[in-house]
Design a protein around this ligand. Structure first.
Ligand code: SAM
Length: 355
């Protein structure tokens, strides 16, 4: 398999699963194993790994609480903490969508993860909701949709390992789920992380490999060895058409989410670096009838991880403020895989009783 040098600079991110224990307990455990807690993650650890020096440092992430950073070559996928669901191996950028959606932690709020498998963002949502709530009666809970049967099986396994108890997993197509179905009348928050080209992924596909959701092709490609490059190596002529198909589907998902009568917040994310799947999809969504009639707008930067410096591409959006509302991550530059996150919010809250 061809290596991508950018992957060597990505720390091993560990999300502490707070449905099982606290971050303080996790930190103490790692210290008792000989790891040293440092300040902000230091470049020297990445450099040390590259040169195979034995430095066992770790740090707390500055943007996502409950996320720890270890040197890039730290192996934890066989660790008992991982097998017991106490830690989740999840790239930092992939923690942004659930964090930005900011699911409620009190009664009378229902959340949908529309495209859930393998379930890292779902279990993150569950942790942010303090693992509270129940689907029956529906007052406060998390619905996790996954249309693919095999992936649905993986989702159930991952959620069970993460000890999530407030989730109703649904093996169904989100697009054919009626927003007028009584079960979803009080849905306020929707996470959309639909299928995409995966062009931002440069490493850390190990959780996909483990869950059987992805297998590395036997053939290699010209570095950077992103999934897209691997796929292009097989089907170069299909790439443009494939991106357009993905973008059309992604837009339909956003439009469908906006039809839910009580929805207040919709996060749309991808692990793609292509504007076609990111800024262009968001721009088109803002121009649709659903957005205008439902009065959805992009949340301002102040609501969307404001301290993260890399924002959307201004030349691809209608206004500079729209671009500022968007979060982008570039592999090789941001110590994460490539990623994109947007947050749509309803202009005015749905009045009580209209649910
Ligand atoms: N959010 C997941 C996570 O962090 O682990 C990754 C989601 S993956 C990018 C997209 C998933 O959405 C795939 O498992 C795919 O089968 C599923 N999917 C795509 N379209 C769907 C639809 N219309 N309804 C439900 N699931 C869908």
């Amino acid at each position: 398999r061809a290596a991508d040098v950018r992957a060597e600079r990505i720390p091993r991110y560990v999300r502490v699963n707070t449905t099982c224990w606290s971050t303080e307990e996790a930190v103490k455990t790692f210290i008792s194993r000989g790891y040293q807690l440092s300040g902000p993650f230091e470049e020297k650890y990445a450099a040390a790994c590259a040169s195979r020096l034995n430095i066992s440092g770790f740090a707390k992430d500055e943007h996502i609480c409950d996320l720890l950073l270890f040197p890039p070559d730290t192996q934890l996928s066989d660790d008992s903490l991982y097998r017991e669901g106490k830690i989740i191996l999840q790239d930092k950028a992939s923690c942004f969508p659930s964090y930005i959606l900011a699911p409620p932690t009190q009664d009378r709020a229902v959340v949908i993860d529309a495209t859930a498998a393998p379930g890292n963002k779902t279990s993150h949502l569950c942790a942010l909701m303090n693992n509270q709530g129940k689907a029956s009666p529906i007052r406060f809970c998390l619905f996790a949709f996954e249309r693919d049967r095999k992936r649905f099986g993986t989702l159930k396994t991952m959620l069970s390992r993460a000890r999530c108890q407030n989730i109703e997993a649904v093996n169904a197509d989100f697009m054919t789920t009626s927003p007028n179905d009584g079960r979803f009348a009080s849905v306020t928050h929707i996470l959309l992380d639909p299928s995409c080209s995966g062009s931002g992924i440069v490493n850390r596909l190990d959780y996909l490999l483990e869950s059987g959701l992805h297998s590395y092709p036997q053939w290699s490609c010209t570095p950077p060895c992103t999934l897209t490059n691997l796929i292009e190596a097989e089907n170069p002529e299909e790439n443009e058409e494939r991106l357009q198909k993905l973008a059309s589907f992604q837009l339909l998902m956003i439009r469908h989410a906006m039809k839910f009568p009580s929805v207040q917040r919709v996060v749309y994310s991808t692990c793609s670096v292509h504007a076609a799947e990111n800024e262009h999809v968001v721009r088109e969504a803002l121009r649709t009838q659903e957005c205008k009639a439902g009065k959805f707008r992009l949340a301002p930067r102040s609501m969307v991880l404001p301290t993260w410096q890399r924002r959307g591409l201004p030349e691809e959006m209608d206004t500079p403020d729209d671009a500022e509302s968007l979060v982008r991550c570039l592999p090789g530059e941001d110590a994460t895989n490539g990623f994109f996150v947007s947050l749509f919010v309803r202009e005015s809250p749905v009045p009580e009783g209209d649910h």
